[in-house]
Design a protein around this ligand. Structure first.
Ligand SMILES: Nc1ncnc2c1ncn2[C@@H]1O[C@H](COP(=O)(O)OP(=O)(O)OP(=O)(O)O)[C@@H](O)[C@H]1O
Ligand SMILES: [Mg+2]
Length: 282
């Protein structure tokens, strides 16, 4: 009886959002870094978690994070979550790097324990006061990426605006439906079109075909265009907003996506309950 009461009393308030794609190189890591930055700028304490053994976030942001412990060390039994989390210059943005995947794999992978360790990770993040986790995954919906998506509340599906997308999106949605039929609570936050080329006929055709084919509420209103500044930002190891003193217009795209995420995931609910308009003067 006591156990039931404890379970009922525990309602997790942190929201965990994964990004996932079958295909590699569609812009997941770029989205995670820039979205986490925008959410943090909007006042949410945000933890960016790198679950890609290749360490995509670490590679993009700072190569030194590759030598640090992180996500895989926690999954393999490291108890002290707080010592694994890196602070950034933006107090609301924290990073859990991928950590030492190879060392953990050599010690033997606790496959059966992964779901419980992921649940522990979400609880530990909540105890730290994190509002929102953004979890970058390796391409493919199997192995650790499957476990991470299943452990999250929402998944964003970045989809490159190319002809194959029209065939791969239904397959992706079927896989997520299977996860739910297997007991996972994860919901699709939305499909987000990436690397859209405004002046390219085929790219534009894919965008209009997908928007015609899928329910409007399944698609983010905002697309991510293909732009050289994203490559520049990766090379510099910063979110796009930080490549210049005054953020370029494309940095605002992620504020728009963050605002959509707030609506789509219910992140705003608690805040709205106590929200009133802000005053310009004291
Ligand atoms: N909108 C964009 N415009 C131009 N280049 C982009 C854009 N988004 C990402 N890129 C570049 O494309 C490459 C792949 O992006 P990214 O690493 O974010 O993809 P990914 O889905 O995380 O890949 P992987 O599946 O290998 O982890 C990177 O070099 C990145 O800088
Ligand atoms: Mg990546």
């Amino acid at each position: 009886m006591a156990a039931i009461l404890v379970t009922l009393a525990y309602l997790r308030s942190v929201i965990a959002i994964a990004t996932a794609s079958q295909k590699g190189g569609v812009g997941k890591t770029t989205l995670c870094i820039n979205l986490a930055y925008s959410l943090a700028r909007r006042g949410w304490t945000t933890l960016l978690v790198d679950t890609d053994p290749q360490g995509g976030v670490g590679l993009s942001l700072a190569r030194s994070t590759r030598s640090k412990q992180g996500f895989y060390d926690f999954v393999c039994g490291e108890k002290n979550f707080n010592k694994l989390v890196l602070s950034t210059r933006l107090p609301e943005l924290q990073i859990l790097p991928a950590g030492q995947y190879d060392a953990c794999a050599r010690r033997g992978w606790p496959v059966q324990e992964v779901p419980a360790r992921l649940a522990d990770l979400l609880r530990a993040a909540e105890l730290r006061g994190v509002d929102c986790l953004i979890m970058d995954t390796a391409a493919g919906l199997n192995g650790m990426s499957e476990s991470v998506v299943k452990a999250c509340d929402y998944v964003i599906l970045p989809q490159q605006a190319e002809p194959l997308a029209v065939r791969s999106v239904p397959h992706m949605l079927e896989t997520l439906a299977r996860f739910r039929s297997e007991g996972a609570g994860v919901k699709v936050a939305g499909i987000l079109l990436t690397m859209v080329m405004g002046d390219h006929q085929i790219s534009q055709k894919v965008v209009s075909e997908l928007r015609a084919m899928l329910p409007a509420d399944l698609m983010f209103d905002q697309n991510i265009p293909r732009m050289p500044s994203f490559l520049e930002a990766s090379a510099m190891g910063v979110p796009v907003a930080l490549i210049k003193r005054n953020p370029p217009p494309e940095a605002l795209i992620f504020d728009q996506i963050a605002a959509e995420i707030e609506q789509r995931t219910g992140l705003l609910q608690d805040r709205e309950a106590s929200d009133s308009h802000a005053s310009l003067l004291d």
